[in-house]
Design a protein around this ligand. Structure first.
Ligand code: PRT
Ligand code: MG
Length: 230
């Protein structure tokens, strides 16, 4: 295991990705840069995957951990959702390309019977459950709505159903999960897509290797658009 000794001065490149939609949507961008991942994270238990380029390896980490690995230089670059980057803060990260992948939106949702508009108009204090406390706090503060935020780590949709909260702030793509749980989207906070993130020191020290990959990602994602999913 050489990861612990990885530093931005080493010649190889390490890319941090999460399994699932981000991995799947990043594969064609890697192909455009001439990089093929030779192992499948869905079937392999390995957390460090090889590619056709012996100098490029892929770390499989939780989506919310991608910015942290890149910030500290354990990975040179990665792909992370805007939702995740806003919570992380983006410190130490260069974000050169909006890849227009893993498109979704950050929204407020409530139980179908809850009159959100009236509650807001009347200045009610709302209990809001979310994984995205930073984004939620900013959103409600900008509207002048008083909220008590309850931090959850997943399955936010459950909170209003069992009376834990009046509302949730979560990412929505098809809306199927909200509908299945009798929740209604009442406000879109922002559109979300995933971005390429690069360690700032690696960008300087490994520019020769990183720059062509950044440019290939930029070219390959140029035609992509999140518009139809908004
Ligand atoms: O799943 P895990 O807890 O490990 O972490 P994660 O949910 O942060 O990771 P992952 O891989 O599911 O998502 C990675 C990124 O994909 C997120 O940071 C978003 O930027 C983006 N993305 C795009 C989504 C969705 N679409 C999405 N639909 N992330 C999560 N979802 C969830 C949503 O919260 C809902 O609970 O999927 C569920 C189904 O959504 P509907 O609307 O299609 O029913
Ligand atoms: Mg998920």
């Amino acid at each position: 295991m050489t990861i612990a000794t990885q530093s931005p001065t080493e010649p190889g490149l390490i890319l941090a990705l999460s399994k699932g939609r981000i991995f799947e949507d990043t594969l064609p961008l890697l192909e455009a840069a001439g990089i093929t991942v030779t192992e499948n994270p869905e079937t392999s238990r390995k957390l460090i995957l090889a590619t056709n380029d012996p100098l490029v390896r892929v770390l499989i980490v939780r989506a919310t951990d991608v910015p942290t690995y890149v910030q500290y230089g354990a990975a040179d670059f990665g792909v992370a959702g805007k939702d995740v980057l806003l919570e992380h803060g983006g410190e130490g990260l260069y974000q050169p390309v909006d890849l227009n992948i893993a498109c979704c939106r950050m929204s407020v949702a409530v139980n179908a019977g809850f009159d959100y508009e009236t509650a807001v108009r009347q200045g009610a204090r709302l209990r809001v459950a979310t994984k995205f406390v930073h984004t939620a706090r900013e959103h409600f503060a900008s509207k002048g709505v008083h909220v008590d935020l309850i931090k959850l780590y997943g399955s936010m949709e459950l909170a209003p159903l069992v009376g834990l909260s009046d509302a949730i702030v979560d990412v929505v793509s098809t809306g199927g999960t909200l509908r299945a749980n009798n929740l209604v989207e009442v406000e879109k906070i922002m559109d979300i897509s995933s971005r390429l993130v690069v360690n700032q020191a690696a960008l300087k020290l490994k520019r020769e290797r990183l720059q062509p990959i950044i440019e290939a990602f930029e070219r390959a994602s140029r035609g992509a658009s999140c518009i139809n999913t908004k």
